[in-house]
Design a protein around this ligand. Structure first.
Ligand SMILES: [Fe+2]
Length: 241
């Protein structure tokens, strides 16, 4: 097969596949080149692997980002390449999982959630140096009394999550609240589940190399590297949503 006919075949297959899956939103004549550009990508970390040492070790960061997160991105791409979802923000996809064909839904939930959660998670951490202030601090005090009480509640919920999942602080009904989700679920997947402004990954892959089975110690370490500046940005965005 020469390169031109191969490209033509891909184009035709893609159009047929997309039309079968989501007729209402199918763009016309999607070329393979355009489609490739719409694949989900793993962004580099916003800091070096060892930037969070000694709290979160470099090896864990390297494997967590380069292997685990990369796998979520790759598996999400396998599910959505050639469909009209390939160019959409992952946040829109996980908010409307009921629109994904049933045969793909579980894989998109797990891998789309994994991609979205980890993309937030990397930014929710930074070398120590930031603290909650302004409107964010006021909201924390109104909902939990103080920052320490909020983190204590987040720690309890994260420890209580059996198996793999996440602990979250969400903005819900005008107040901050603590929730936890299983697997790679995100509060946005549930209508009225709240908008996350802080989250902590409690899958063993996030801490086992350094902390083994001591999830509580990992959570204490995570609290030292919270990027409160980013949390404040998410809080401001959530208020306007
Ligand atoms: Fe993770």
């Amino acid at each position: 097969m020469n390169p031109i006919s191969r490209r033509q075949l891909l184009k035709t297959t893609t159009a047929t596949l997309a039309a079968t899956i989501i007729p209402s939103a199918v763009p016309n004549a999607v070329s393979f080149a355009q489609e490739k550009d719409k694949l989900f990508k793993l962004d580099p970390l916003p800091y070096k692997f060892d930037a969070l040492e000694p709290h979160i070790d470099a090896k864990t960061m390297e494997i967590h980002h380069g292997k685990h997160h990369q796998a979520y991105v790759d598996n999400l791409n396998k599910q959505l390449v050639g469909t009209a979802w390939a160019g959409l923000p992952v946040e829109s996809i996980i908010k409307e999982l009921d629109k994904i064909p049933e045969g793909k839904r579980a894989a998109v939930r797990n891998n789309g959630g994994g991609h979205y959660n980890h993309t937030l998670f990397w930014q929710m951490m930074a070398p120590p140096g930031t603290k909650p202030e302004g409107d964010l601090l006021k909201a924390i005090e109104a909902s939990f009394k103080d920052v320490e009480s909020m983190l204590k509640a987040l720690k309890e919920a994260s420890l209580a999550r059996f198996g793999s999942g996440w602990g979250w602080v969400v903005l819900k009904d005008g107040k901050l609240a603590i929730v936890s989700t299983p697997n790679q679920d995100n509060p946005l997947m549930e209508k009225g589940g709240g908008i996350p402004i802080l989250g902590v990954d409690v899958w063993e892959h996030a801490y086992y190399l350094k902390y083994q089975n001591k999830r509580a110690d990992y959570l204490d370490a995570f609290f030292k590297v919270i990027n409160w500046k980013f949390v404040a940005e998410l809080f401001e965005k959530a208020k306007k949503a």
